[in-house]
Design a protein around this ligand. Structure first.
Ligand code: UDP
Length: 328
């Protein structure tokens, strides 16, 4: 299980999910383990002062970044984005090793699209996210996900390949959310998706680390240790951790941000666009490094579009039929 922290600025997504769960307010904090120190990530004033042994003020930090930033004619890769903002030393300490483990590639081989996920701050805000809504489902995701399909019109079929049901079920609209390359029988070759292997550890002690997650941008094989107590607020004499080990094997989790992968995805997208009454939704089906809230926003938008089509001249008179939603 991966630690998924719910956070969003989309009030419609928050209110949509609020039909299915109550919330436990939770602000995620992450520390990075660097040179024997634990420093806040995203980079903020304390990160720089501690790693560089300085005592800058927020005002001086801008000037410091300007003095260490490498100027680039064109910012193309994720390495370019980081070194042109915070310089090579902080890049090496906090980003390079982490990304090499996470993606199996050097940041100079990854495009810049995803680096906005980890901003740079000049203040002392040490929250991982700054979005307006940040909370965990009060009784956990399992209870929330049980509530979501609990509706007389919704039938769940687990462990079923969509090919087994696509013909017998009289669907009016198909919504694939698994990997798009698999849906298209890998016609143009496999799209790379990166995965994680999780190692769960229970320790006979009440607490292990100060915050929900500690990142390891160093030589350890894992990238992150999450201590779930911080996320759930559960008091207990033991504690439960998960170590995340990036890998190519296992369930697809991350589209890999590279121009050549986007070009391959575009071929699949052209096929997808040519299909009638089929809407691809989600991280794997639209090959985008989306957070949970972005996927929900995408799904709600897809629903509105399908509904609008049924209300339109073209769609009037066409029976709604079933919407067949197929997951990975
Ligand atoms: N990243 C990094 N160092 C960190 C945290 C993140 O280099 O301490 C980079 C890394 O390439 C990572 C990306 O930023 O894959 C996105 O991080 P995020 O925490 O959003 O990853 P996720 O939770 O989606 O695995």
């Amino acid at each position: 299980m991966a630690p998924n922290i719910f956070q969003t600025n989309f009030s419609e997504v928050y209110s949509y999910l609020s039909q299915f769960t109550r919330w436990r307010p939770y602000q995620h904090r992450v520390l990075a383990n660097v040179d024997g120190q634990l420093v806040p990530i995203p980079i903020n004033l304390d990160t720089v002062n501690r790693l560089c042994g300085m005592s800058l003020t927020a005002f001086q930090l801008e000037a410091f970044f300007a003095s260490v930033a490498e100027s680039k004619d064109a910012v193309l890769t994720s390495e370019d984005v980081v070194v042109s903002k915070v310089g090579r030393d902080l890049y090496n300490k906090l980003f390079r090793g982490y990304a090499r483990k996470q993606w199996g590639l050097d940041p100079s081989e990854l495009d810049s699209s995803f680096t906005a996920r980890v901003p740079t701050r000049t203040n002392r805000d040490d929250r991982y996210f700054t979005n307006r809504y940040q909370a965990m489902p009060f009784c956990g995701y399992t209870r929330m996900f049980e509530q979501m399909p609990s509706h007389p019109y919704i039938k769940l079929m687990l462990n079923t390949d969509y090919r087994e049901v696509a013909n017998p079920v009289p669907w009016g609209h198909l919504v694939p959310s698994g990997p798009i390359d698999a849906f298209c029988d890998y016609r143009y070759g496999k799209l790379p998706y990166r995965s994680l292997r999780f190692e769960h550890v229970t320790l006979p002690q009440a607490s292990f680390q100060a915050v929900g997650a500690v990142n390891y941008p160093n030589d350890d094989a894992y990238t992150r240790i999450t201590e779930f107590k911080h996320l759930t607020g559960q008091p207990h004499s033991q504690t439960w951790l998960v170590y995340a080990y990036p890998t190519d094997a296992g369930d697809p989790r991350y589209p890999v941000p590279r121009a050549k992968n986007q070009a391959l995805y575009k071929k699949y997208l052209a096929e997808a666009d040519a299909l009638e009454h089929v809407t691809f939704v989600g991280r794997l089906a639209t090959y985008r490094y989306y957070n949970m809230d972005q996927v929900l926003a995408q799904a709600l938008a897809a629903f509105e579009k399908i509904q609008a089509w049924h209300a339109s001249d073209a769609g009037k008179g066409v029976a709604n039929g079933a919407a067949l939603v197929v997951a990975a």
